[in-house]
Design a protein around this ligand. Structure first.
Ligand SMILES: Cc1ncc(C[n+]2csc(CCOP(=O)(O)OP(=O)(O)O)c2C)c(N)n1
Length: 316
């Protein structure tokens, strides 16, 4: 199947931007300038990019502590994200939230959380509010397959289906909750069946193909927007780095080098780079590097928040 050059460029630009941002986080992390734990999406970017390519600026996004990729794919502000990771005043939450709690109303990214499953019911409430307001926007909520071990997934799916709420559920199935394989946690690993039990139409996209993810998401977003109620996508993927932090993790022994290598061989970043002409690729790469350099400089130069603001915006 052929894809139009503008789409390839747009998708590649986002994939490349997210990959390079997170590679820079890996590089900088040992300096301790980043004041927050980081959960990287290196290897998983195609899910965020393929899905978010179908969302508009007014659509709403919720996610998890593994939130850099979705925030950037939704059109997030890299300067403010990096300042947040640095704990600086110009960060998205003035440096108080860190990597695990990215939120930016202007980008429609309302919240991410360190607590597994918590943004599912928040996304449900938001969808209910959009419906009551007669809004044309939809809510898209990303979560790992680990969140489907939580009761709150079922409560959210049930109510969303019952009320036909405008939610797209996106499960990034990287098969591991920290180091525990999905087969060691669930008697049946067909995640779509769980959504279908609530009469939510569901699709599994195997293999991490960005065009397949984008096409499935386009169909699902259109159905949700048309008032057809929630849809569920299970996107198979693989994180390349450790669950948390910048490191590699093969030495831990919970997964095999061959498994990881097979996913690395299917890297969508490299695939799309190969579909572009050299001139377009070099232009995009240069733009991405310039944006990252500016963002790092912005984060470095931003001041730390004043001590007297410590308890501002904090419930106590
Ligand atoms: C309610 C809750 N239980 C347990 C944890 C500890 N914990 C943090 S991440 C994680 C794994 C979640 O895996 P998954 O949802 O598949 O997402 P991934 O990290 O693979 O993106 C667990 C169990 C937590 N943060 N919150």
């Amino acid at each position: 199947m052929t894809h139009d050059p503008a789409t390839i460029e747009r998708l590649y630009c986002q994939l490349r931007r997210i990959r390079r941002v997170e590679e820079e986080i890996v590089r900088i992390y040992p300096t301790d300038k980043i004041k927050s734990p980081v959960h990287l999406s290196i290897g998983q970017e195609a899910v965020a990019v393929g899905v978010c390519d179908n969302l508009g600026p007014d659509d709403i996004l919720y996610g998890t502590y593994r939130g850099h990729a979705i925030y950037l794919a939704k059109g997030g502000n890299l300067d403010r994200m990096m300042a947040e990771l640095y704990g600086k005043q110009d960060g998205l939450a003035a440096g108080k939230a860190g990597s695990m709690h990215l939120g930016d109303v202007a980008a429609g990214m309302i919240g991410t959380s360190a607590i597994v499953g918590t943004t599912l019911p928040l996304s449900l409430g938001h969808a209910f509010a959009l419906r009551r307001r007669g809004s044309a926007a939809i809510v898209c909520v990303f979560f790992g397959e680990g969140a489907m071990d939580e009761g709150v997934f079922h409560e959210t799916a049930n109510f969303a289906a019952l009320k036909k709420l405008p939610i797209l559920f996106v499960c990034e199935n990287n098969r591991y909750a920290i180091y525990s394989h999905v087969k060691d946690r669930m008697p049946e690993v067909n995640l779509c069946e769980r959504a279908e039990a609530y009469r939510i139409p569901a699709r599994r996209i195997a293999g991490g193909d960005i065009f397949a993810i984008r096409a499935a998401a386009a169909e699902a977003v259109a159905a949700v927007r048309a008032g057809g109620g929630p849809r569920f996508l299970e996107c198979e993927t693989q994180r390349w780095r450790d669950h948390v932090g910048p490191g590699e993790d093969l030495h831990i022994g919970y997964r095999t080098a061959a498994d990881l290598a097979s996913w690395r061989a299917g890297d969508q970043n490299a695939r799309l780079a190969g579909l572009l002409g050299a001139a377009a690729r070099e232009r995009i790469d240069a733009e991405v590097e310039a944006e990252i350099a500016r963002a790092m400089d912005f984060a470095e130069k931003s001041p730390f928040p004043a001590a007297h603001t410590m308890y501002d915006h904090v419930y106590r």
